[in-house]
Design a protein around this ligand. Structure first.
Ligand code: GRG
Length: 308
């Protein structure tokens, strides 16, 4: 890669930002205002950038990949808006500002999520420059990762496990679905749309699964260290199953780094074309490393198996 990874990632995130803005221009309705409020609130854009980076490894063009990148971010944002609702986590802050339901009320926040999920599938149902068979496979992939066998199923398990003993098996099972499925699907969707062969898809899927776990371990660490939570309590204090709860803080950081190394190992034969994917997993894990150290540095499945 000729430009540093950080510059690549922020440039791609900027492109995604512009594309999302164009998909939802202001139209003077309260619903559109509320959609823009959550969607254009400056998240890290990890999922759409994964779509682009994985697709580019497989020889895809940014322009053709962009609707898919936007769809992943729209599904992710819907999940955050719904997760913040009083019936779920009841959070006051998201992406550094008041949550959707605090500003617009519970009813409109529910509709923002509904609209983003539905529109995500509209955006990818009319793609340009993508072979229909690839497009259909990628649509099914996203639906599976977001639905009952993926993110929604993981959220249901998480709700049911509040106050339960934090065993490692329970933590892994929840996070593989709740967070990991959509992250891994971001990688697979990009690769499928770009026409990756099964060998490359298998490699990228292994990367995506380890990235998903690394992400959630890092997120648990950041939550525990930062004391996040609507009422000032961490997830662990709220009785949620977390990696630091199961492994201790140092053990959780070691586990995140093991997942990062496994994700990187899957990319080894791909050379410089996979530098962006390496940069993303490093970024995800080292945010947690910085938080803990103050400045220091799943079972195998078949190649074609989806992420959930
Ligand atoms: C409500 C159907 C439904 C699902 C919710 C993913 C999820 C399932 C809830 C989010 C709860 C949460 C905060 C989990 C921790 C991991 C996570 C998804 C963090 C937020 O993702 P980032 O860090 O956020 O990529 P940004 O704002 O940067 O996009």
């Amino acid at each position: 890669m000729s430009v540093p990874v950080e510059r690549y990632l922020s440039a791609r995130a900027g492109l995604v930002e512009g594309a999302l803005d164009r998909l939802f221009p202001p139209n003077r309705t309260r619903l559109r205002e509320a959609i823009r409020y959550s969607l254009l609130a400056g998240g890290k854009r990890i999922r759409p950038v994964l779509v682009l980076a994985a697709g580019e490894v497989a020889g895809g063009q940014t322009r053709a990949l962009m609707p898919w990148a936007c769809a992943l971010e729209m599904v992710h944002t819907y999940s955050l808006v719904h997760d913040d609702l009083p019936a779920m986590d009841d959070d006051d802050l998201r992406r550094g500002r008041p949550t959707s339901h605090r500003v617009y009320g519970d009813g409109l926040a529910i509709l923002v999520g509904d609209a983003l999920l539905t529109e995500a599938f509209r955006v990818i149902a009319t793609p340009r420059g993508v072979l229909p068979a690839r497009g259909l496979r990628a649509v099914a992939e996203l639906a599976a990762a977001a639905g009952e066998a993926g993110m929604v199923g993981g959220q249901a398990l998480d709700l049911a496990s509040e106050g339960a003993r934090a065993t490692l098996a329970r933590v892994r099972g929840i996070h593989r679905l709740k967070t990991g499925a959509l992250l891994c699907a971001s990688v697979r969707v990009g690769a499928i749309v770009a026409g990756a062969g099964e060998g490359l898809l298998k490699r990228l899927t292994t990367y995506g699964r380890h990235l998903g776990l690394a992400f959630q371990i890092a997120d648990d660490i950041l939550d525990d260290v930062g004391g996040a939570g609507a009422d000032g309590q961490t997830d662990r204090e709220l009785g949620k199953v977390t990696y630091p709860g199961a492994l201790g803080m140092a053990g959780a950081l070691r586990a995140a780094r093991r997942e990062r190394d496994a994700a990187r190992a899957a990319l080894r034969p791909l050379g410089g074309s996979a530098d962006a994917l390496r940069g993303i997993v490093d970024f995800v894990v080292e945010r947690a490393g910085h938080a803990v150290e103050g400045g220091a540095g799943g079972p195998r499945r078949a190649a074609g198996a989806p992420c959930a």
